[in-house]
Write a protein that binds this ligand. Sequence first.
Ligand code: PMP
Length: 350
Amino acid sequence: MKYWNSTLKNMAEYIPGEQPSNPDEYIKLNTNENPFPPSDFVLNTIKNTCNGNLRRYPDPTAEELREQFASENEITPENVFVGNGSDEIFTLIFRAFIEKSDIAALPYPSYPLYDILAEANGIKYEKVNLGADFSYNMENFLNRRYGLVIICNPNNPTGTYCPVDKIKDFLDTYTGLLVVDEAYIDFYGGSSIDLIKKYDNLIVTRSFSKSYSLAGLRVGLAVSSKGIIEGFLKIKDSYNIDMLAIEGAKAALIDKKSFKYNIDMVKNNKEYLEENLKPLGFEIIPSRANFIFVKHKEVPSKELYERLKEKKILVRYFSGNIRSEFMRISVGTMMEIKALCRELNTILGV
Ligand code: PMP
């Protein structure tokens, strides 16, 4: 395309999990969305925000949301930046927090969007492999003087978790910028947010898309030292989060009871899914997220993915080294999980 610049021409494209135009016809276990809807309180708050005030611009820094999150986490609003989903935050990180002459370290297998955004922003990167059991060996990120390191905790697509102690030890040595993507942390806890009080080179990112059931609203947070957050505020778009998103996210933080109920249901369903897959011959990587990374001892994942898709059940299959041996299944409702297990039973002839 004649009008594309060379970066756009040469970069790879992010391929999200399929979003069918008729999602109600599918059992969608492929994009780690929460299977349960936002609470009535959150939905009503968003509906009530649909009024004449929409002619105004939203608060450019979402001050009330920053304050609310800060007070719940014993930090200050100056430590919190609100982004249009955590994906926007990664874009801003590659745009503004690493020099083009530096090299970023990105984990593998992990969230493929990091690589795409690095390329889109002209940042060179190296992939650092997770261990054979998909655990993070933080030492490997010290092999070179990386300007930026991103880890995903718990990791997508494996669900594996890196304990805070290991991250702390790493920060005692590492002088570049460390980003810990905590999009899935709420399900089983173990956040690194407290470390931002001691280390000014740490950014922890959070998402409202998973544990808060608000993927459609697009709200994410960066939690970091005051200086880094000032950088985000300087580089961001003028009004990066809309009024409905701000009010919806504030309501979601208030409605603790629904949040807890939702998390408990997801965890309960995850356990049920694991218990039912094991007897079918699946190896399951221990996960601390709302998805599991599995492979069958005989039937290739690609074949299972395709056979399930024929039956309108979507799970996530990735091509590429190691990843292609597995498939990732998001935790669904009990009905969805039962339908999945029934279908797998038939395919595997158990
Ligand atoms: N980080 C990880 C590891 C993810 O899997 C996702 C969702 N695909 C995101 C971030 C993006 O989250 P958000 O919806 O907040 O942009």
